[in-house]
Design a binder for this molecule. Structure first.
Ligand SMILES: O=C(O)C(=O)CO
Length: 319
């Protein structure tokens, strides 16, 4: 019997995932992760392993043909995939939650410390020769110890962030979301409204997906409500923040600073005003970018496909 055919949408995928797929499938890896190349290669495949920035829309899904049985994205987020179209066609969509929680949470902590302690500004002072020595009031940051931390979205990543920040001796952990989470008790985190979180937190970490509800959740009104000493971190999705409003809030020191691993668009244009601000630390969406985590993500995405092709539930299926 012919092996099922799987399209892999990027030429540079971790070996672990590819090897798993190759054990049972004919694997077609595109030479280039472009929409045209993918469209030309997708006809007749049984499954799609999605791992690129191109939007997996209904045209590409339908170009695969009637034999398409499974799609797996090598990411936790799936805002770049037409999940509604897959659902309407009865095709399961797998993603890779949990395996990236620690890596993304580490990135959030790196951002918290960089912003709180003005590390970027300090580095710039070194480079520009404006490093002031001996002044007791130079380069003062804000303390993480004793602070109130608010986490927007206490999913796996939010919980991993909370766990890490606890050991920095924060005074209080609070979170908001649709419903209270059972895991919050062990973390000592209190469920509060978004408004209360915004009003009372010293450090806010957004770890939420991109949905119509979270789009521009952080906007001009919210920045006005936040403490002037507050720090905003985003490791979820860029569109949760109204970036124009953030630029204004950072320029006018309405808030202390921001640290973003995700932006809108990605890559951010090099002349974007956020890049010029000393109180804004930007990472190029590296949250899950470790050798081990990307390998685990590729493995889970491959397993999701193999499960579906063998008529089993995926290990992580988007509901
Ligand atoms: O997997 C995802 O959705 C990510 O954004 C990882 O950083």
């Amino acid at each position: 019997m012919a092996k099922p055919k799987v399209l892999v949408s990027h030429p540079n995928v971790p070996e672990a995932g590819l090897r798993l797929l190759q054990q049972e499938c004919e694997v077609v890896v595109v030479q280039e992760a472009s929409r045209d190349v993918i469209l030309a290669a997708v006809a007749g495949v049984d499954a799609i392993f999605w791992c690129c920035k191109v939007r997996l829309d209904s045209q590409i899904i339908d170009a695969a043909g009637p034999g398409l049985k499974a799609v797996a994205t090598m990411s936790a987020g799936y805002d770049h995939i037409d999940a509604a179209h897959l659902k309407a066609r009865g095709i399961p969509l797998g993603n890779t939650p949990r395996v990236l929680d620690n890596a993304v949470a580490d990135t959030a902590i790196a951002l918290v410390l960089s912003v709180a302690r003005r590390l970027q500004e300090g580095r710039h002072a070194l480079e520009r020769g404006t490093w002031v020595t001996g002044c007791p009031q130079a380069m003062l940051g804000v303390d993480v110890a004793g602070s109130t931390v608010g986490i927007v979205g206490l999913g796996g990543i939010g919980q991993a962030v909370a766990k890490r920040l606890k050991v920095f001796d924060v005074a209080k952990l609070q979170y908001c979301g649709h419903n209270p989470k059972p895991e919050a008790a062990a973390l000592g985190a209190e469920f509060v409204s978004f408004d209360k979180l915004v009003d009372t937190s010293d450090i806010i970490v957004a770890a939420c997906p991109s949905t119509p509800e979270t789009r521009h959740l952080f906007n001009a009104q919210v920045f006005k409500r936040m403490k002037r000493s507050a720090i905003l971190i985003n490791v979820g999705r860029g569109d949760c923040i109204d970036q124009e409003a953030l630029v204004e809030a950072l320029k006018t020191k309405e808030i202390w600073g921001a640290g973003l691993d995700v932006m809108c668009p990605e890559p951010l244009p090099v002349d974007h005003p956020l890049i010029k601000l000393d109180n804004c630390v930007l990472f190029p969406h590296v949250g899950s970018a470790t050798v081990g985590t990307r390998s685990a993500m590729a493995t889970l995405a491959a397993k999701n496909i193999l499960c579906a092709l063998n008529d089993k539930p995926m290990l992580a299926e988007v509901k």
